[in-house]
Design a binder for this molecule. Structure first.
Ligand SMILES: C[S@@+](CC[C@H](N)C(=O)[O-])C[C@H]1O[C@@H](n2cnc3c(N)ncnc32)[C@H](O)[C@@H]1O
Length: 243
């Protein structure tokens, strides 16, 4: 059966990508630059999201798209479920302060739904999160960014070649245990002392369309998903649709 995605490609239209847990669109911008038309879904209001946007629960939205058959409009799904339940930053420092563990684990139910779509997909999580496969790990230095920001990706239904890790040029600058360390990278997380200014964060991540600190510190640098999106589009077979 000819899928709507095949028709879009044959007509030279951008294939559609569903961006679950989209926040303000760090990942989305990279996919857009790679050649996708992107639709975001986030439970919080995200007026800075630069593309089509659905305000609501991501697993609920995905389940509804599967039930209605509308999922066939999409070629690829990206999911960045919130990591706070298990990621190292939370379990270490923050759990002792009572912050960790309050978030529902959304990775497993999201993966279950993604498998039902029959589409290629990717799930993203920071380092320290044990329960996704590390099919791909990206680092800001691979793209010459001002953040280290290691991120792991589990791929469903497709594969990608892991690029070689690039040696870091120095330290993450900021205060640690009363001492200031200089370095080429900023700490793109939290709001504590010595953290970068908004313009520093924007420049380091390559994000210009939001100045909300929380949105910047949650984002994947667009360079990561532009790399992933281009690799995915290159891996897809050329499409021919009968007249
Ligand atoms: C790590 S951030 C995603 C970052 C995004 N990929 C980017 O690159 O900018 C996780 C997002 O999930 C959202 N979120 C949390 N629970 C959600 C749910 N049940 N449904 C939809 N979004 C949710 C949060 O509001 C937050 O914006």
């Amino acid at each position: 059966m000819t899928q709507p995605t095949d028709i879009r490609r044959a007509r030279g239209l951008r294939p559609r990508l569903l961006d679950l847990f989209s926040c303000a669109g760090g990942a989305a911008m990279g996919y857009h630059r790679a050649g996708f038309a992107v639709d975001g879904v986030d439970i919080a209001s995200r007026p800075n999201y630069p593309f089509a946007y659905h305000h609501g629960d991501a697993p609920e939205r995905l389940a509804a798209l599967i039930d209605s058959g509308e999922i066939e409009r999409y070629a690829f799904v990206h999911a960045s479920p919130p990591c706070q339940a298990k990621c190292a930053l939370t379990v270490g420092t923050n759990q002792s302060r009572g912050w960790g563990g309050r978030h529902e684990d959304l990775v497993a139910p999201t993966r279950e739904l993604l498998e039902k779509t029959g589409l290629p997909y990717i799930i993203e999580q920071p380092n320290g999160r044990a329960d996704i496969r590390r099919d791909l790990t990206l680092c800001g230095e691979m793209f010459g960014l001002g953040v280290i920001r290691h991120r792991n990706f589990e791929l469903g239904g497709w594969t990608i070649e892991q690029p070689a890790h690039v040696a870091h040029r120095g330290r993450v600058r900021g205060w640690r245990h009363g001492r200031y360390f200089d370095g080429p990278y900023v700490a793109a997380y939290g709001n504590g002392g010595g953290k970068p200014s908004i313009p520093e964060l924007q420049a380091a991540m390559g994000i210009t369309w939001t100045d909300v600190r929380e949105e910047l510190t949650e984002a994947i640098p667009p360079a990561y998903t532009e790399f992933i999106g281009r690799a995915h589009l290159a891996a897809m077979a050329p499409v021919e649709v009968a007249a």
